[in-house]
Design a protein around this ligand. Structure first.
Ligand code: NAD
Length: 228
């Protein structure tokens, strides 16, 4: 049994990191899990998303975790990189959600993975923060549009977690120590630290929660740590 027995949950980016932890944990709690990742689907391509979802008749939950990053200030960001981040992190969310909604006629729960950098500014991530900020705004819009259909829409805003996206940080001790110190709880997150709140929002335990952007970040977005 489990909280998701008899439910079908789609997870984009479910082959790695946060998405994989969500997929594994939802499966362990009884869900039929459908993973959309680069090996079977490009979330930024409509035909690819439609093809991947074609065999899925009913969807109860959707986690939009597929994502990529570029690390430049705006003027140093090339056009191709800007477009690719918007294509995957924003247009991909639009496409997957659009075709998933067609299969959510009995209601459901959608969780987008935004980022703590949508809540407080960081340097050197112009297009990534633009896309993640848009996801927070989109979450509120969708919560209002789809509440009458019994569909809840929330997002989580993770701090830095150990995944494929942050491999470079973990490999560099100086960088890792500096970034750990930015999290008041004193460590970077593990994918499961993010997946547990995602599963809460997906589940009926969160049946009266919609339209929120939940920081899951070891205190990263709580404020400055220096004495003032
Ligand atoms: N790791 C962090 O510190 C952190 C912090 C905040 C937010 N996030 C967000 O969490 C989400 C998950 O990232 P992660 O950290 O687990 O990284 P990850 O690289 O481990 O996982 C991302 C997954 O997305 C997939 N993906 C990328 N482009 C795709 C495409 N076009 N179509 C289908 N799948 C695609 C990748 O193949 C990969 O499996 C992302 O949206 C990321 O922006 C991560």
């Amino acid at each position: 049994m489990g909280r998701f027995a008899g439910k079908t949950i789609v997870v984009t980016g479910g082959a790695s990191g946060i998405g994989k932890a969500c997929a594994d944990m939802a499966g362990a709690e009884g869900a039929s899990v459908v993973v959309l990742d680069r090996h079977n689907c490009d979330v930024s391509d409509a035909a690819s998303v439609q093809h991947a979802l074609a065999p899925v008749q009913r969807i109860d939950g959707l986690v939009n975790a597929a994502g990529i990053a570029e690390r430049f200030p705006l003027a140093e960001q090339d056009e191709a990189g800007w477009r690719s981040v918007i294509d995957v992190n924003l247009f991909g969310v639009y496409l997957t959600t659009k075709y998933a909604l067609e299969r959510m006629s009995r209601g459901g729960s959608i969780v987008h993975i935004s980022s703590a950098v949508a809540l407080i500014g960081v340097r050197n991530r112009a297009v990534y923060t633009a896309a993640k900020g848009a996801i927070v705004a989109l979450t509120r819009n969708m919560a209002l549009d789809y509440a009458p259909k019994g569909i809840r829409v929330n997002c989580v805003c993770p701090g830095f977690a150990r995944t494929g996206l942050t491999r470079g940080i973990f490999a560099d001790l100086e960088k890792r120590t500096r970034i750990e110190a930015m999290h008041p709880l004193g460590r970077m997150g593990e994918p499961e630290d993010i997946a547990r709140p995602v599963l809460f929002l997906l589940s009926d335990d969160a049946s009266w929660i919609t339209g929120i952007a939940m920081p899951v970040d070891g205190g990263f977005s709580a404020g400055h740590q220096q004495d003032v």
